[in-house]
Ligand binder design. Structure first.
Ligand SMILES: [Zn+2]
Length: 352
């Protein structure tokens, strides 16, 4: 009898349960995309002590967690809006994007940069990770509209309008002052140029007014790449119902972040998947499954109990199944919605 229990224990420890098998099968057929991480900052400037990188991002971890694609952001902290400040921000963004290209080239057996939705799908077939490029903070554009195309040519397909401080493009939600009343005239030009080229406008970090104005002025759907629900945690960085309804009304996406900062006021070690599910469910109930996804913020403050890095992404899939989401809904949430927006944005650019 003792032996029977012992063998049962060994079996239960070594053989994945049926839900694990379902998760694996589901990941064979879907494409999973995470819309925000800050890996580039640490990778390009490892000597910088102020980064919050925790080694949460790599092609290897993506494979382990069955994460097919991720937007890697070139982040610059907001500094003075002067010629020198803008030149430094551009240098930082260029350096990080160059470093990301180098990372993908050095690990070409494991992954590659993808420039459109078709290439994400192609890399999935090759069993390789897809790196998508984005910018967090349009500070690096300064007031030079030609730099939007410069970054498009470097492979950037999404730009976040601000970080925590106002810049020449828009007001930031974390800034105590209002400079432009939302978008600046240059900000409207930037969005028009991004529409022309085929780049996604990212409103995470932008002020409420800037967000709503970006939704109205963009000809294509916009995305909040890493934000959560204000009604569940009242911090400026989370989105109000008004913002989420507006974003979804134009076909855009609310990409829920996997970070305690966004999800809950509880201590870090008590914030886990139930809180993540609460925010996802809220957005689904408010605007529908076609307008929600995941933007981890790994290596930028992200990480919760149970989803500590990209290698743990399957835990989200499992929780979604347990929550009652269908395969079709999970496919949309995990990446189908992002691919749809990427296609909408590039189709619009092709119409010029
Ligand atoms: Zn951020």
């Amino acid at each position: 009898m003792k032996l029977f229990f012992l063998s049962c224990l060994i079996v239960s420890l070594s053989v994945p349960d049926s839900l694990d098998l379902k998760v694996e099968r589901l990941h064979d057929s879907i494409i999973s995309i995470d819309t925000h991480n800050d890996f580039a900052m640490f990778y390009a400037f490892p000597e910088e002590k102020h980064t919050v990188a925790k080694g949460q991002v790599s092609f290897e971890l993506m494979k382990e967690g069955r994460l097919d694609a991720a937007f890697f952001a070139a982040y610059q902290e907001q500094g003075p809006c002067t010629e020198e400040g803008h030149a430094r921000a551009k240098w930082l963004a260029d350096s990080m994007l160059t470093a990301l290209h180098r990372y993908a080239a050095e690990l070409s057996q494991q992954g590659a940069i993808a420039f459109d939705a078709g290439e994400v799908r192609e890399l999935k077939k090759q069993n390789k990770a897809a790196m998508l490029l984005s910018i967090e903070n349009a500070y690096c554009l300064g007031q030079d509209i030609t730099l939007v195309e410069h970054y498009y040519k470097m492979g950037v397909r999404m730009i976040g309008l601000t970080h925590n401080g106002n810049n020449c493009v828009a007001d930031a939600v974390m800034d105590s002052l209002e400079w432009h009343g939302g978008l600046s005239p240059f900000g409207y030009e930037v969005i028009k140029e991004m529409n022309r080229l085929g780049m996604i406008v990212d409103v995470s970090h932008a002020s409420r007014k800037a967000c709503l104005q970006a939704v109205r002025s963009s000809r294509t759907p916009i995305v909040a790449s890493h934000s959560c629900v204000y009604n569940l945690k009242q911090i400026p960085r989370n989105l109000t119902d008004e913002e989420m309804i507006a974003i979804a009304g134009k076909g855009g996406l609310i990409q829920i972040s996997i970070g305690r900062y966004f999800l809950s006021f509880l201590p870090r070690d008590q914030v886990g998947l139930p809180h993540l599910m609460e925010h996802i469910n809220y957005v689904v109930n408010l605007v529908g499954i076609d307008h929600v996804g995941i933007g981890s913020d790994f290596d930028g403050g992200g990480g919760i109990v149970g989803v500590e890095n990209m290698g743990r992404m399957k835990a989200i899939t499992r929780a979604l199944i347990e929550e009652g989401y269908s395969d079709r809904e999970i496919a949309k949430l995990w990446g189908g919605n992002v691919l749809r927006v990427m296609e909408d944005v590039s189709d619009f650019a092709r119409s010029f």
